[in-house]
Design a protein around this ligand. Sequence first.
Ligand code: IMP
Ligand code: ZN
Length: 361
Amino acid sequence: MEWCLTMPKIELHAHLNGSIRDSTLLGLAKALGDEGKIVFSEFEHVILKHDRSLREVFKLFDLIHLVTTDHEIVSRITKEVVEDFAAENVVYLELRTTPKRNDLIGMSKRSYTEAVVNGLRAVRTVDVDFSSCTAGGPPTPDCRNNSCAGTAKKKIYVRLLLSIDRRESTEAAIETVKLALDMRNLGVMGVDLSGNPIIGEWGTFLPALKFAREQGLPVTLHCGEVPNMEEIQGMLDFIPERIGHACFFGEEEWKKLKSTKIPVEICLTSNIQTNSISSLEVHHFEDLYRSKHPIVLCTDDAGVFSTSLSKEYSLASSAFGIGKKEMFHLARNAIDFIFAGDGVKKALTHTFDSAAKKLDL
Ligand code: IMP
Ligand code: ZN
């Protein structure tokens, strides 16, 4: 469906290292293989496999992290991921990533995140607005990639969320929140909790997430990826600004979610490929959509799941029988759930208004 590609879209749930191009991943793995650091053929097999279980997905992430832990590579991946989303007509991207520390190569959580910001600065194919300091105010030299002053290039707003990995301790999680606070002027907008859902306890991360909230940082949580009802209840009681997935909810959990109106980031392909949901026919998208619960379609890991945001729109449109106009409204409604401020919301409203006229919607 060509119109799914053409219309402007908002992406709110994309993991940096899950969104790597296959070609880049294979190239990086090949180079490491040539250096004798990994066995390339084993790696290639895992990368090219599709329909992975959730367990296999996390095995793949461990492999991806083997080849992406280097400042230059982190910057390169960020640049490519932003270019890929912009080519999809994503006009606002909230990109999330887990700041990583690797003493062996002199990488701290801060230097990792700075490498991500450097990747935003390096984008050339599109005008990137990546810093909150532009919201509503005039751009400063550090707020944009500055690649296209005076030209009519496409523009994408990019904001960052720093992820806490469920393998981390309370102290490490607090360190990530502090880093997010320190880097607010470079476009860090909030905090995410992600990682293997069978690892870690909700109580371990709660102090860090409470601290984020006290400091005014919005929080999004991976919630209900496995049937851990106690954790789901705890997460909903926290009332995060958004949640991702919501696959294993029972009646009580749906009731709580709907009464709190917490927006849900829906990742159809990811849920199906990891077998979290058996088929689109029984996916909770339909119920949430029909009951007008706030939702936003997202990719999760466009590289790992071989998808794109327009494919997700196309999938939702055909699976649930939703027409072009309604899909456009679904995309536009996501403006309300972004973590950036009113200046960006106003600019996005204008973008969608213009697109509606141009696309006759
Ligand atoms: P990164 O944070 O940029 O390294 O992106 C990859 C990481 O995102 C993985 O190691 C996980 O911690 C997290 N992630 C990606 N997809 C999922 C998911 O479906 N569930 C939970 N965590 C995920
Ligand atoms: Zn995710």
